[in-house]
Ligand binder design. Structure first.
Ligand code: ZN
Length: 157
């Protein structure tokens, strides 16, 4: 099956379906807005299963190396994506029964259909650092236009 196919997440889980492959960052619409490496491949695995508590779940695993803008110098910086998360789908009425938060597990109201590749894109976006930047001292010289007040911004590290 294709990762672009719309699937019922509960069916997907019950049948133990799985899709895996890789996709270019540039072909994912929202990701291509933040990534400077359209050809960079995101590897993914989307696996449906039923948990021991009988809840339908989808485990997402994504990894890849993306080039994004450093928030300090705006130069290219590589960020490594390596993430694993489980989505548990509940009927809307069951949402208030969720009490304890499990690590790396998200509870979602059951939807009629999800597109596995959209889940993959969402996970990559969540896994990106909020403010990607070079390690201390690793920034490129800022462009001349950056210092409008005439003073280079001191690097306090
Ligand atoms: Zn930088």
């Amino acid at each position: 099956m294709s990762a672009l196919e719309r699937v019922d997440p509960v069916e997907f889980a019950r049948l133990g379906n799985e899709v895996q492959g890789s996709v270019a960052a540039g072909s994912l619409e929202r990701l291509s807005e933040v990534s400077r490496s359209p050809g960079a491949l995101i590897r993914y695995q989307v696996r449906g299963y039923v948990r021991r508590d009988e809840k339908p779940a989808i485990e997402l695993t994504v990894s890849g190396l993306l080039t994004v803008a450093c928030q300090r110098c705006l130069g290219d910086v590589e960020v490594e994506i390596d993430s694993n998360r489980t989505l548990v789908f509940l009927p809307a009425l069951g949402m208030d029964q969720v009490q304890d938060e499990e690590e790396d597990v998200d509870y979602l109201p059951r939807e009629e259909a999800v597109v596995p590749l959209s889940l993959v894109e969402e996970e990559v976006l969540l896994a990106m650092p909020m403010a990607p930047r070079h390690a201390a001292g690793g920034c490129e010289t800022p462009p001349a236009a950056a210092g409008e007040d005439g003073k280079p911004s001191p690097d306090l590290h």
